[in-house]
Write a protein that binds this ligand. Structure first.
Ligand code: NAD
Length: 358
């Protein structure tokens, strides 16, 4: 019997359902070409469901979702609902409760015209960022004192644990080794000002001693933002904390062509993990069939890699790269005259033309 991958699908809000629809079509095509099956289970969580039922993400559904092999997420967020309520109740719930401690962000430029940087070619931009995904200021330890008064005090704790830092750093060293490119890992922190980050410095040095084949590099986040624009070629594998990773990867997304292309994995190795485009729900484009589904299609490719289908993953990636090189795809999507469905069609057509890669 064909291998079956059971996928929990949360299409979510805004453009989420439209881009996920194309992601699933591409997954089905890859499955047919590579001899496995995709068994999606759809979950309705998001703004419409919340407005109808007052339910965000009940525990019973959460237990079901965690029983799948992987999760495909569109986007969550709707202007009709209190900022952060659903994002926290759905996305953050999965990141924290499934302990998805690696946020993996490949940054690859597929065609020169996609980058806003002058004279930057695909040879210059090919790296991956490992962003710690469960700690830092995002751990939710916050409070307001004397709220709404002139004496208000707001606090939010930055938390790093040895265990949390070490597992992210170790994952990144392993990845640098597996990529087998420059064999270099860059730690990005701000240990000069945020002294708690000394834990990152020490852990990086200690774990790094076990990886003598991987060159160690270090940058402060402010300098790293400058270097990323000046010379993206210097990066191979990068490891960083949750908040700096959040910012650095959005800047990196622009260098690779923007939100229409960038995908991410939220990973706990060996356990159910979540794949999504990095963009949000883009409410102004919802239900118009104009959003660019490429980031979701690339998230589907990352998911297949994770599920042990590397040839199918490469098949999708190569097809998207080829379409980008032929300038047939837009970087964001709404300025090209192509609909969401037409972009999905183009990818499927390119996969058929390319045939199954060796
Ligand atoms: N992981 C997530 O689900 C996630 C991530 C970011 C933001 N959000 C939520 O999404 C909502 C909107 O946030 P935002 O406007 O800051 O970010 P956004 O990513 O939704 O949109 C930023 C800009 O890019 C455009 N855009 C984004 N993706 C596009 C695509 N695939 N095709 C064409 N255009 C696209 C948008 O229209 C907008 O102009 C908020 O509620 C926010 O909380 C969710």
């Amino acid at each position: 019997m064909a291998r079956t991958h059971r996928i929990a699908v949360i299409a979510g809000d805004g453009i989420g359902p439209e881009v996920v629809r194309e992601g699933l079509r591409v997954l089905e095509r890859a499955a047919a070409a590579h001899g496995f099956r995709i068994e999606p289970t759809r979950y309705p969580f998001g703004a419409e469901h919340f407005l109808k039922t007052n339910e965000i993400f009940p525990d019973s559904a959460f237990t079901e979702v965690r029983g799948h092999d992987a999760i495909l997420l569109g986007a969550i967020g709707d202007p009709r609902i209190e900022v952060g309520l659903l994002e926290f109740g759905i996305i953050a719930k999965m990141r924290f409760e499934l302990d998805l401690y690696v946020n993996l962000r490949p940054v690859k430029l597929y065609a020169e015209h996609l980058s806003p940087l002058k004279d930057t070619t695909p040879d210059d931009v090919d790296f991956v960022v490992v962003r710690e995904n469960t700690e830092d200021a995002y751990a939710g330890m916050r409070g307001f004192f004397k709220r709404g008064t002139p004496d208000e005090v707001a606090t939010q704790e930055i938390i790093f644990t040895r265990k949390g830092v070490e597992r992210a750093v170790r994952y990144a060293f392993e990845l640098a080794r597996k990529r087998n490119r420059a064999k270099k890992l860059t730690l990005i922190d701000k240990a000069n000002a945020v002294r708690a980050m000394d834990l990152w410095t020490r852990t990086f040095a200690e774990v790094g001693a076990e990886y003598p084949d991987i060159a160690r590099d270090h940058q402060y986040i402010d300098a790293a933002c400058m270097y990323l624009v000046r010379d993206p070629r210097q990066y191979d594998t990068v490891v960083t904390s949750n908040m700096f990773g959040d910012i650095f990867t959005d800047l990196a997304a622009m260098i690779q062509g923007g939100l229409g292309i960038a995908a991410s994995g939220n990973i706990h190795p060996g356990r159910v993990s979540l794949f999504e485009p990095i963009h949000g729900s883009a409410p102004k484009y919802a239900n118009q069939n104009v959003a660019n589904p490429i980031a979701t299609i690339m998230a589907a490719s990352m998911m297949l890699e994770y599920l042990g289908e590397p040839r199918a993953a490469r098949h999708i990636e190569n097809s998207v790269a080829g379409l980008n090189q032929s300038k047939r795809l837009p970087s964001l999507g709404t300025d090209s005259g192509l609909s969401t469905t037409q972009i999905g069609d183009l990818v499927i057509e390119a996969m058929e033309k390319a045939g199954v890669p060796a």
